[in-house]
Design a protein around this ligand. Structure first.
Ligand code: ZN
Length: 144
């Protein structure tokens, strides 16, 4: 069992805006692959025109997909970056609000379409973090 932590420092920080009408998770993956970020952090606010997010069922050990086909605010979208199968991998969660202020959220999936998205992405440099399969949870967790 792995259970630990390490000290990291910020090597680079990117701020920017993802394009209207594009897929949020795909845009994140494009940037972290392009910049080869092996450990880091993601923060995004903005709005989406529709969303797909997941809920991890701990008994069946798979994701239940939840879709919302409406304009919503991104109240909070945070994630971490590590390495999975040798490539930069983003694990991202999103909280959204509808026109009544009701909040929904979960594990960000492809199919979430950007209305506007402002991001801050932090790179912790060479402090590479790798994901390995964890039998207890059925998830690919940090090897730390
Ligand atoms: Zn998750």
């Amino acid at each position: 069992m792995f259970m630990g932590y390490k000290n990291v420092s910020v090597e680079r920080r990117f701020i920017g805006r993802f394009p209207h009408g594009s897929d949020l998770l795909q845009e994140i993956n494009k940037l972290i692959t392009q910049e080869n970020i092996l450990s880091g952090e993601i923060r995004i606010i903005g709005a989406v025109s529709k969303a797909v997010f997941g809920y991890y069922n701990s008994e069946s050990k798979n994701y239940i997909y939840i879709s919302k086909d409406e304009h919503m605010e991104i109240l909070n979208c945070i994630g971490n970056i590590s390495v999975k199968d040798g490539k930069p991998f983003a694990h991202v969660h999103i909280t959204l609000a509808d026109k009544h202020g009701n909040a929904y959220g979960g594990h960000l999936m492809e199919g979430t379409i950007i209305f506007a998205a402002e991001f801050v992405i932090t790179d912790y440099g060479d402090n590479k973090l790798e994901r390995v399969y964890d039998e207890t949870t059925g998830l690919q967790l940090w090897n730390i």
